[in-house]
Design a protein around this ligand. Structure first.
Ligand SMILES: Cc1cc2nc3c(=O)[nH]c(=O)nc-3n(C[C@H](O)[C@H](O)[C@H](O)COP(=O)(O)O)c2cc1C
Length: 323
């Protein structure tokens, strides 16, 4: 069933952030178990979508059971962004998002992502081209500006509002800041006071208490979680429990961590294949089994092995050797 984005926004959604190299199908299916309100794919280059790049298209494949899903594009040519959005519309996401925040050289170095914050007329053209090209709702995700001397988030937000963007997400750091320092939630509050489209707050939400504080301090319309979802996939459930009842399960039992890790492993084999799946899982064991004393020797054994059934057994037989 297609979820209406306007209805979703009325209910203060808790959203999985787009994360290149992480928010693939297996990861999203794991997070889906935790009941997020919306999930983002990894971003894709609009030109690569148009060129039908195989790897790019595999990143924006979506399954019915993970809906509602947003697909995020980046680029800097309004016409191409519009064509890519039309192609993506055929895939049928509930939302198409435009990236105006990525600081990575592979994106901003080519005039896309956060580089666009130096050229707000181009931001406006991109938004209008994409919004006019598709019936699917379009959102935008951005940062404060290029650097501390060029914080132009209020102007950017006004452009989003005027060009038919349905809602915006703000990660309140500058491009130059990358991930350093703290995100400045005061800007989320300031922007919220100035615009009429819904605003999703993002940045440094690491616990249910942070989630509540983000809502209370900024009056934002929803929140988006990135890095903490990788470290702790249960965060979505924990936040929802906390906001509803005032309490939540803080320590996830070892057996539950093992169950979810095994599920993630199986999904990675199924959707990414052996080679990529095993590599992707290597990034994740430490999150599933953090603070377990014999994690290091477990990782050594797993990293030495390339046989999926044997690795599965290693996970299955892994024991918590703390007291
Ligand atoms: C590994 C990684 C990949 C990311 N990829 C994207 C991306 O594809 N698109 C995007 O808009 N933001 C991307 N981000 C930024 C996150 O969506 C989010 O804005 C940022 O991590 C701040 O939120 P957090 O403090 O909850 O992690 C990425 C962040 C990380 C750590």
């Amino acid at each position: 069933m297609i979820t209406d984005i306007s209805t979703l926004l009325l209910n203060k959604p808790i959203i999985l952030a787009p994360m290149d190299g992480y928010t693939n199908i297996p990861f999203r299916l794991i997070i889906k178990e935790m009941n997020p309100d919306l999930m983002f794919t990894e971003f894709v280059n609009s030109d690569a979508v148009i060129n039908e790049n195989k790897k790019t298209l595999s990143k924006i494949r979506i399954l019915n059971e993970e809906r509602p899903v947003a697909i995020q594009i980046f680029g800097h040519r309004p016409e191409n962004m519009a064509i890519a959005a039309k192609i993506i519309e055929e895939i049928g996401p509930e939302l198409i998002d435009i990236n105006f925040g990525c600081p990575a050289p592979k994106v901003s170095g080519h005039g896309s992502g956060s580089a666009l914050l130096k050229d707000l007329p181009l931001v406006s053209k991109i938004c209008e081209s994409v919004v006019n090209a598709v019936k699917t709702p379009v959102s935008a995700k951005t940062r404060l500006g290029w650097d501390n001397s060029n914080i132009n988030i209020l102007q950017t937000a006004k452009i989003f509002e005027e060009s038919g963007i349905k809602f915006m997400t703000l990660h309140p750091r500058t491009k130059v800041q990358k991930f350093n320092g703290k995100s400045d939630w005061n800007y989320i509050k300031k922007v919220k006071e100035q615009i009429s489209i819904p605003l999703i707050g993002n940045g440094d939400i690491c616990s249910p208490e942070d989630a509540l504080n983000m809502f209370l301090q900024t009056n934002c319309d929803g929140i988006m979680i990135g890095r903490e979802a990788v470290k702790n996939p249960w965060i979505f459930k924990q936040i929802k429990d906390f906001l509803r009842t005032g309490s939540y399960t803080k320590e996830i039992p070892f057996d539950e961590r093992k169950r979810l890790c095994l599920k993630h492993f199986d999904l990675s084999m199924e959707y990414l294949g052996e080679v990529k799946g095993l590599l992707e899982m290597r990034k994740l064991y430490q999150n599933y089994f953090k603070a377990i004393p014999n994690l290091k020797s477990f990782k050594q054994k797993v990293f030495c092995c390339s046989n999926p059934p044997e690795i599965r057994d290693l996970i299955l037989n892994f024991e918590d050797n703390s007291e």
